[in-house]
Design a protein around this ligand. Structure first.
Ligand SMILES: Cc1cc2nc3c(=O)[nH]c(=O)nc-3n(C[C@H](O)[C@H](O)[C@H](O)COP(=O)(O)OP(=O)(O)OC[C@H]3O[C@@H](n4cnc5c(N)ncnc54)[C@H](O)[C@@H]3O)c2cc1C
Length: 362
């Protein structure tokens, strides 16, 4: 136990990008995967729940904190191996800052994660959430994941298929949640240029121009800076609401509700904005909040829906409570259900809330 530095009652607002939340009962920094065995012994001794924490950029922690043990996973390491003339492998440790991983790959002329520039957080969160933006996502580049398996106290290697990636999900935040701690992964990156400019914002940025890898990274950063709050300036967890993924029947219900209750013009906008996906249609929840529910800019207590991007709830005053954020979520969710019969779900992980609180807000 001697190697572990264990803090008590460590405020989690200091470790999350929302800058909201009470203390964790115990807080342990894991700088080396071998410390996980010791940490698990401590957890067993205390008989408390635990969770892995990276950069805390996809979490909302309750105002009364987390009555459990937080393992802050920070082992460092980046190693590049050229596989052949087409691809290279980049081995990434979980505690690397994600955007520095992107900067490193761009510096070495490797393609595949440049559109994921400027996403906050640590590398360990990348496979968990199957992080994605501007047409690229973790599942397209991860070839294997290194993890500590809690049940067997062993380091294991999981293939991409084992991870069962889906929209902002993997086995690590669904069926196998709490069973693995990610210690690193391998990215397979392209050596030959493979620009992915399919997203409107990027396509418009480069009309009549074939951009370099660095120019794409710079463009993504510029576009994101206009739309999203920078964690240094204003607290948030990025998108608080997941986009709607609807079957064809669900989409048709939504479309007829919009036509009937909000009129032909809104219906036409919906038809234009929907995108086909393998199971039906994707509808941006920002459009639903902004154009259909008219809730962009909604403020409750210290929390507010971001003026430039309705998917984001911010800690607007810097003093917002977790309950302010969830009151906004509840208002959006309830109105969407009542008016449009669609189910809006949160993207960030909700930490330390009691069942009674969750029942109230959902
Ligand atoms: C301004 C802003 C913009 C954002 N933009 C995007 C975006 O464009 N696309 C996108 O997908 N996300 C976005 N996000 C969300 C977030 O940045 C990503 O999900 C990020 O990958 C989370 O990493 P993290 O280290 O902060 O994870 P954390 O918030 O610390 O953890 C997230 C989840 O992963 C688990 N976890 C973390 N590390 C480990 C580990 N080593 N092993 C096992 N489980 C672990 C945690 O327990 C938790 O369940 C944004 C957030 C902000 C604040």
């Amino acid at each position: 136990m001697s190697q572990l530095l264990i803090k008590e009652n460590e405020s989690l607002s200091r470790h999350t990008s929302f800058r909201i939340g009470g203390p964790a009962r115990y807080y342990i920094e894991i700088t080396n995967p071998e410390q996980l065995t010791e940490a698990m012994k401590f957890i067993a001794e205390k008989k408390m729940p635990w969770l892995a924490l990276g950069g805390g950029s996809n979490m909302l922690v309750s105002d009364h904190g987390y009555e459990g043990i937080v393992l802050h996973i920070v082992p460092k390491g980046l190693k590049l191996t050229k596989v052949d003339e087409n691809k290279a492998e980049l081995k990434v440790s979980a505690g690397e800052i994600w955007d520095q991983v992107v900067a490193f790959s761009v510096l070495h002329n490797l393609w595949g994660i440049e559109n994921l520039s400027h996403i906050p957080g640590m590398a360990g969160g990348f496979p968990v959430q199957n992080v994605g933006a501007y047409g690229q996502e973790a599942s397209q580049v991860i070839s294997e994941v290194y993890a500590y398996e809690v049940a067997t106290d062993r380091q294991v290697v999981l293939s991409k298929d084992d991870c069962q990636f889906g929209y902002r999900q993997s086995i690590f935040n669904t069926s196998q949640k709490g069973k693995f701690i990610i210690t690193g992964f391998v990215l397979e990156l392209a050596i030959k240029p493979q620009p992915n400019l399919a997203y409107k914002d990027l396509a418009e940025y480069f009309i009549d121009k074939k951009p370099s890898l660095l120019e794409i990274r710079q463009a993504v950063i510029a576009i994101r800076d206009k739309k999203l709050p920078h964690p240094k300036d204003i607290g948030s967890a990025g998108s608080f609401f997941k986009n709607l993924e609807l079957t064809a029947t669900e989409y048709n219900n939504l479309a007829s509700n919009v036509k009937e209750k909000l009129g032909e013009e809104k219906f036409i906008s919906l038809e234009k904005i929907k995108r086909e996906n393998p199971n039906g249609y994707k509808v941006p929840t920002a459009f639903v909040i902004d154009s259909l529910l008219n809730l962009k800019g909604l403020q409750i207590g210290g929390a507010k829906i971001y003026d430039h991007q309705a998917l984001v709830i911010t800690n607007y005053t810097g003093q917002a409570k977790a309950t302010d954020v969830l009151e906004i979520f509840k208002k959006v969710r309830t109105k969407a259900k009542q008016l449009l019969a669609v189910e809006i779900v949160p993207e960030p992980n909700l930490i330390g809330f009691s069942q009674a609180e969750l029942d109230y807000f959902f």
